[in-house]
Design a protein around this ligand. Sequence first.
Ligand SMILES: Nc1ncnc2c1ncn2[C@@H]1O[C@H](COP(=O)(O)OP(=O)(O)OP(=O)(O)O)[C@@H](O)[C@H]1O
Length: 301
Amino acid sequence: MIEVTDLTKRYGNTLAVDALSFRVRPGSVTGFLGPNGAGKSTTIRMIVGLDAPTTGTATVGGRDYRTLPEPLRAVGTLLDAGAMHGGRRARDHLRWLAHSNGIPARRVGEVLDLTGLTAAAGRRAGEFSLGMRQRLGIAAALLGDPAVLILDEPVNGLDTEGIRWVRGLLRDLAAEGRTVFLSSHLMSEMEQTADRLIVIGRGRLLADTGMREFIERHSGERCRVRSPEQVRLGGLLAARGADVRPDTGGLRAGGLPAAEIGAIAAAHGIVLHELTPLLSSLEEVYTRMTETAVEYRGRAA
Ligand SMILES: Nc1ncnc2c1ncn2[C@@H]1O[C@H](COP(=O)(O)OP(=O)(O)OP(=O)(O)O)[C@@H](O)[C@H]1O
């Protein structure tokens, strides 16, 4: 569990994080979203003790990260995959990390296997592609078999196969009961990977909710309707205030819940062949929600 309570960070006149409170629970993949400059990195840095809060607290498993005796065993982090020593061989990099955190050396082979890097283990990290460096960063995060994982843009630079692999891995780790917290600007990927979301804007909490709930709540009411009496039904729906447009082989009706459309059709003896509520994508919902946060930042800049 990650717990952030009334967390605030001020850099001079900039309020980067503003009285933020949320919990990231075990057993789920929780996505962390917000426009550029929203305060995500600052929040993550405070959680992992790289930056001190101005006020408030951030704990991991109930403790301040900086008081953890062997942090890698409690929390695995991937913050900047480019930040490793380029001259060091991948296996040596992991051995050194394991050694300095009291982790048995055999774990190095396990995480190399898990991340598909066994064949490349003797190569220098500086020769690695961005995707391989991401894998090595993930291997390092998993080294201590931690209950909590915090990953900033873990799929950055990965190809389609790599992205699918990370998705499966994170979902498996959550299914094992771990706490998985990740940020990404790739909305379609986030939609497929995360089951919960924390959204921030201008350093403040905008949403802390399940992925499905978030999309359903902000999708608006839109349905695809097909009927052999399409024209008559369209007229009836429009008369009730729906925004009715043609759609492939049917109609698209906005502004009325599916139940009401079904009731209108039934009341007029109209047969329905399809009545499907249409959900927006995470990207559409998220863009709508954060518009004000972006506008504010644009003006401030
Ligand atoms: N070390 C610092 N000194 C001064 N201002 C900072 C510092 N770090 C961050 N900020 C400011 O704090 C605000 C939040 O930045 P932060 O990097 O946390 O946002 P972010 O959500 O991670 O953005 P991005 O998606 O672009 O990575 C920004 O206005 C940024 O300019």
